[in-house]
Design a protein around this ligand. Structure first.
Ligand SMILES: NC(=O)c1ccc[n+]([C@@H]2O[C@H](COP(=O)([O-])OP(=O)(O)OC[C@H]3O[C@@H](n4cnc5c(N)ncnc54)[C@H](OP(=O)(O)O)[C@@H]3O)[C@@H](O)[C@H]2O)c1
Length: 252
C-alpha cells in the first residue's frame, strides 16, 4: 500500500529488473516517488505490482557510464515528478568473468565504467540536487566480493572494492552537507544476472553447502534493506558497508 506521495524522489539506477526493480517497488510502497533509470528505460519488471505502485515510478533511458545522459535523465525525472530529489541508489551493474591472464584492457575499462565510474558520475549529478534539499541519502550497491579473492573475477571484484572505497570517501567529504552515503553489499542473490548458475550445476550445489543461510537471497531481501535505510533516516550513520549475504562472507 502506498502511504504518502510527499516523501520526495529517489533515483534508482538499473531499476528495470532484478535488485533495482525490487528496490523501486519497496521504495514506492514506502511512499517515495522513484526515478527508474536503465538503458532500456523500461518500468521495473517485477511480479505483483499494482497501479498505485506504477503511479510512483518515472522511468527514463540512461546509460549510467555516460555523465551527459545521467544529467538529462535526472532533469527529465525531476521535471516530470515535481518532487525534490532526496536520494540516489547506485544499483546498475554488470558481471564479468575471465582468467587474470586473459582480461583485456577494453573489458576491464568498460566494466569499471559501468560498475564504478557510474557511482561517481551519478553522485556528482545528484550532489547539487541533494544540497537544494538540504541533504539526502546515497546508497551504493556493492558486493561481498569486495573483500574476497574469487577466481576468474578480478575485474568484478575490483569494481566492487572501488564502490566501497568511494562510499567512504564521499561520506567523509559530504557529511557536513547532510549527505550520507552507504554501501549495501549483497551475497548471492538470484536474478537474471546469475539465474542459470544458481539454479543448477556445480555452483548451485556448492552454495547449498557453503551459504550458512542455506540458499541464495532474493531481490526483495535487498529491496527491503535499502528501503529501510531511507525510512530509518539514521542521521549519524554514514560511510559503512552493510553486508547482506546470509553469513556467507564471514564463514571460515
Ligand atoms: N545478483 C547478485 O547475486 C548480486 C550480488 C551482489 C551484487 N549485485 C549487484 O547488484 C546490482 C544489480 O544486480 P542484478 O542482479 O539485479 O542485475 P540484473 O538483473 O542484470 O539487472 C541489472 C540492471 O542494471 C541495468 N543496467 C545494466 N547496465 C546499465 C547501464 N550501463 N546503464 C544503465 N543501466 C544499466 C539493467 O537494465 P538495462 O539492461 O535495461 O540497462 C538492469 O536494470 C549490480 O550492481 C550487481 O553488481 C548483484
Amino acid at each position: 500500500m502506498t502511504t504518502s506521495t510527499k516523501k520526495g524522489c529517489v533515483i534508482v539506477t538499473g531499476a528495470s529488473r532484478g535488485i533495482g526493480a525490487a528496490i523501486a517497488l519497496r521504495l514506492a510502497r514506502a511512499g517515495y516517488v522513484v526515478g527508474c533509470l536503465s538503458r532500456s528505460g523500461d518500468t521495473p519488471q517485477i511480479e505483483g505490482t499494482s497501479d498505485a505502485d506504477r503511479a510512483q515510478w518515472f522511468s527514463a533511458k540512461c546509460d549510467v557510464s555516460r555523465p551527459e545522459q545521467l544529467k538529462e535523465a535526472f532533469l527529465d525525472i525531476q521535471t516530470r515528478c515535481q518532487q525534490p530529489i532526496v536520494g540516489l541508489v547506485n544499483n546498475a551493474g554488470i558481471h564479468s568473468q575471465g582468467r587474470v591472464e586473459s582480461i583485456s584492457e577494453a573489458e576491464f575499462k568498460s566494466v569499471m565504467d559501468v560498475n564504478a565510474y557510474s557511482v561517481l558520475a551519478a553522485s556528482q549529478v545528484a550532489y547539487p540536487l541533494l544540497l537544494e534539499n538540504k541533504g539526502g541519502l546515497i546508497v551504493n550497491i556493492g558486493s561481498f566480493f569486495d573483500k574476497l579473492g574469487i577466481k576468474q573475477h578480478l575485474t568484478y571484484c575490483a569494481t566492487k572494492a572501488a564502490v566501497a572505497a568511494m562510499t567512504r570517501c564521499m561520506a567523509v567529504e559530504w557529511a557536513s552537507k547532510g549527505i550520507r552515503v552507504l554501501n549495501v553489499a549483497p551475497g548471492y542473490i538470484q536474478t537474471d544476472f546469475n539465474r542459470e548458475m544458481l539454479e543448477k550445476g556445480p555452483l548451485a550445489e556448492f552454495l547449498a553447502k557453503r551459504i550458512p543461510a542455506g540458499v541464495p537471497g532474493n531481490a526483495q531481501d535487498v529491496g527491503q534493506l535499502v528501503t529501510s535505510l531511507f525510512v530509518l533516516n539514521s542521521p549519524y550513520m554514514t560511510g559503512e558497508t552493510i553486508y547482506i549475504d546470509g553469513g556467507h562472507g564471514m564463514l571460515q
